[in-house]
Design a protein around this ligand. Structure first.
Ligand code: ADE
Ligand code: ZN
Length: 348
């Protein structure tokens, strides 16, 4: 077994992780206390909130291993939990601290660079104030970098249920304002709820490409192969977040190989949210064997209970990956990242 210490020491990047999934438990308790709202489930007993008539936090439940099923209890319920967490962040100081702690969490796994997905729709207190929210995040990440923690690039993410016009408006703002640390446009959310959304975001992603932003797209998790086709054909995706259901379409697998689109795979997230019943049935190894560039990531480390080094160790155990395979994984993680060329050279 490759031990986690060895994995932590590999120079590597994480390319599929949400800032929304990086809250420290202690910070979350503090934030909920400050906001006067109860914590979800058993954690509620950690402090007395019985006097508050507050909003209930939704419960995280597993999708229960339904076949390819990201049901209401799975991904959608999970996204509501992220809404709840992020809704507790109301001041620039809280937002900056959340970002700082995110960078610290990445560093603890030996991650030197991460592309962090941020979906402004989760952060309800900042509706109509996206620039201020991103300024606060950038301030926290600058402080983290000064303290020697991981460098973080930001992928501004659209929610699938937003309109094409809203998406274009966001990209126009990104292109004009060039917010600090924002390197890419992204889209995430539950495709079971929104339906097929590639076409509606095509204009926004074309604008983003033309303005020099990278593109990464969640697909092939709550959608089948058609979502991944749309990501590469319509949205100019350089990476696909998840993309695991590409395995169901050999022509798509060939296309990913030929066009060098990598998949930002998060095995434990897929098992917890019910896409696959267990690690052994996860298609990451079949995708890798077919020549697709895969990376292994945590998705939402805090609420899913994932750490990058344990994900990599679990892959090594389940699929028989050697230390050399993990070295290649580390190399590919840097190559697939949106880090600038200087940093990439440093990490290779
Ligand atoms: N946002 C955060 N995690 C996500 C996931 N696994 N799929 C879609 N959207 C997400
Ligand atoms: Zn994700």
């Amino acid at each position: 077994r490759v031990d986690e210490e060895t994995i932590r020491a590999l120079p590597k990047a994480e390319v599929h992780v949400h800032l929304e999934g990086g809250f420290d438990l202690i910070d979350l308790i503090d934030l909920a206390k400050t906001a006067g709202v109860p914590l979800p489930g058993p954690a509620r007993s950690l402090f007395d909130v019985s006097t508050h008539d507050a909003v209930e936090a939704p419960q995280i439940t597993s999708g229960g291993g339904a076949k390819n099923g990201v049901g209401v209890g799975g991904l959608s319920g999970f996204l509501k939990f992220l809404d709840w967490e992020c809704g507790l962040v109301t001041t620039p100081e809280q937002a900056a601290r959340t970002a700082y702690k995110f960078a610290a969490r990445e560093s603890a796994s030996g991650i030197r660079y991460a592309d962090a997905v941020i979906n402004p729709t989760h952060w309800s207190a900042w509706a109509g104030r996206t620039p201020q929210l991103f300024e606060a995040f950038a301030a926290g990440l600058d402080e983290a970098a000064q303290d020697g923690l991981a460098e973080i690039g930001l992928c501004l993410s659209l929610l699938r249920s937003q309109s094409g016009a809203e998406a274009v408006e966001i990209v126009e703002w990104m292109s004009a304002a060039r917010p600090a640390r924002v390197v890419a446009l992204s889209v995430d959310g539950d495709e079971r709820v929104s339906g097929r959304t590639g076409a509606k975001f095509a204009d926004a992603f074309t604008l983003a490409r033309d303005a020099g932003f990278h593109r990464t797209v969640h697909a092939g998790e709550s959608s089948g192969p058609e979502g991944v086709w749309d990501a590469v054909d319509l949205l100019h995706a350089e990476r696909v977040d998840h993309g695991v259901r590409s395995i169901e379409d050999p022509a798509l697998v060939a296309r990913l190989v030929e066009s060098e689109v990598s998949l930002g795979i998060c095995p434990r997230s897929n098992v917890t949210l019910g896409i696959y019943p267990d690690w052994a049935s996860h298609p990451i190894e079949r995708l890798r064997e077919a020549g697709v560039t895969v990376t292994v990531n945590t998705d939402d480390p805090a609420p899913l209970g994932t750490r990058l080094e344990s994900e990599w160790a679990m892959c090594a155990d389940t699929f028989g990956w050697s230390l050399a395979d993990l070295g290649e994984l580390a190399h590919n993680s840097v190559r697939a990242s949106f880090a600038n060329d200087d940093l990439k050279r440093d990490l290779h």
